[in-house]
Ligand binder design. Structure first.
Ligand code: SF4
Length: 456
């Protein structure tokens, strides 16, 4: 079955799964309420903050090569190592080889969708190295043998009862549906891993050029333990994560917390400058930062798509998207789901195989409205859609249908006639299977133009 056919079948199954839709709606309703309050409390002018963030990111993209080199020279001056990875395979190979050279047996990981992008866990496990996810959401999906469901909340699709069941089966934990107790079970399970792991792998929310440091933001403290306890710390981050100045964090950290989780600021915000210095008692002996391209330069060199690299992976566009809310994160079958996923994933994962994601959007623009760095997400999806149509050979019935549609749309009279025909044919809806019928919108008896004329 092609990726497109399986996408359609997963979509149909999730869209008719009421329990799944209820869980997602509940999680997003809680998020929406928190975001509304935080935006009002934290920002005097939310729109101005978005514009400023977009301007800083645009400046960054215009000077991307220089800023990355500035980061490299500041970071390596303090003993850190940089690896420039052109592809996902090169990045994963570097980590696996490093782990083998250092005879690592166990790796603890935290907060890195980029390692999902390069499919790192599978390759480390193939090399016989144990990998433990330490972020609560990521631990849950790892125990369940699943991929993250959402770029910020990987286990959004699991209820407390399901998590409890999973912990009973995999961790021999007692049954409980208390969020605090479930967190404590995970905490007890992971504590020992931080001290016994040879390597800690994290992502980076921001790469700070003038400081030569990486910034990571989280709510559980597991990221901080992952960075600090093992003797080697590896960071895997996309090249677009760079920001020019340390002071830019004063805007980006609250912006990310508000859009990501509805908090004014995340609980733990770490800035890491490199490996342990000779006058420091703790911290890793080695620190490596892998700067991943993997299709980003391709986007960078296309003027229409460059703005997609402003993304700070807050996940707000996923939560706002009516399609994501209906079909869920796993249906996309890519690391980055939802509207921003529909923009970037075909470029990272292969346009021919994933171009159908450009059609997983109603183009309502809710994603663009909520984006904290002002990315015109839905127009970029439309760009991908145009490209998908141009590069794919369409079947003759489809081309005929589209030509007729275009012919109809070019004339007001013809469009009115079509609308009347559709209105009259509505009684025939009983021919549509009952599970789809309720989703066909009822057509109004009169068009807006007709009402306008009647009411002058
Ligand atoms: S596109 Fe915007 S809203 Fe979506 S994840 Fe990126 S920064 Fe957040």
């Amino acid at each position: 079955m092609s990726e497109f056919s399986s996408f359609l079948s997963r979509s149909a199954s999730k869209a008719s799964d009421d329990t799944h839709r209820w869980k997602i709606a509940k999680a997003i309703a809680t998020y929406d309420a928190a975001v509304a309050t935080t935006k009002a409390n934290q920002f005097l002018d939310w729109q101005a903050a978005r514009h400023l963030a977009a301007a800083i990111k645009n400046y960054t993209l215009e000077n991307l090569a220089d800023l990355l080199e500035q980061f490299e020279s500041n970071f390596t001056a303090r003993g850190g190592k940089i690896f420039w990875a052109a592809t996902a395979a090169a990045a994963a190979k570097y980590v696996v080889q490093l782990a083998q050279q250092r005879q690592a047996k166990k790796i603890v990981k935290s907060k890195s969708m980029t390692t999902e992008e390069i499919n790192l866990n599978a390759q480390l496990e193939q090399a016989g190295i144990e990998v433990r996810e330490s972020d609560l959401g990521e631990l849950i999906v790892q125990l369940a043998g699943e991929k993250p469901y959402h770029i910020v909340t990987p286990a959004m699709h699991k209820s407390k009862a399901e998590i409890s069941q999973l912990f009973q089966e995999k961790l021999q934990a007692p049954p409980t549906e208390s969020a605090e107790e479930l967190t404590m079970i995970a905490r007890r399970h992971l504590r020992q891993d931080y001290v016994t792991a040879d390597i800690g792998i994290t992502g980076a929310n921001f790469i700070i050029a003038d400081a030569g440091a990486i910034s990571m933001t989280e709510n559980e403290g597991n990221g901080r333990l992952t960075m600090a306890c093992p003797r080697i710390h590896i960071v895997v981050a996309g090249i677009e994560k760079v920001i020019p100045r340390l002071t830019d964090l004063s805007l980006f950290l609250p912006l990310l917390a508000t859009s990501g989780t509805g908090q004014e600021i995340s609980c733990y915000n770490s800035i890491v400058y490199g490996p342990r210095r000779h006058d420091e008692d703790d911290g890793p002996e080695e620190m490596h930062v892998i700067l991943l391209d993997n299709g980003r330069s391709q986007l960078y060199h296309r003027p229409h798509f460059r703005e997609a690299l402003r993304c700070i992976r807050c996940g707000a566009c996923l939560n706002a998207c009516p399609v994501f809310r209906t079909i869920g994160g796993h249906t996309y079958n890519v690391t980055y789901q939802g509207p921003i996923g529909a923009v970037i994933s075909p470029h990272y994962n292969g346009l021919p195989q994933y171009q159908h994601l450009a059609f997983a959007s109603s183009l309502c623009g809710a994603c663009s409205d909520v984006c904290p760095v002002h990315i015109d997400v839905h127009h970029l999806i439309l760009e991908n859609r145009v490209e998908a149509v141009r590069t794919t050979r369409q079947s003759w019935p489809w081309r005929l249908a589209m030509s007729m549609f275009a012919w109809m749309m070019r004339s007001r009279q013809r469009l009115n006639l079509l609308r009347r025909l559709l209105h009259w044919s509505q009684p025939l809806l009983f021919l549509v299977p009952s599970n789809r019928r309720q989703r066909v919108p009822r057509l109004a008896a009169k068009t807006f133009a007709e009402l306008w004329k009647e009411n002058k």
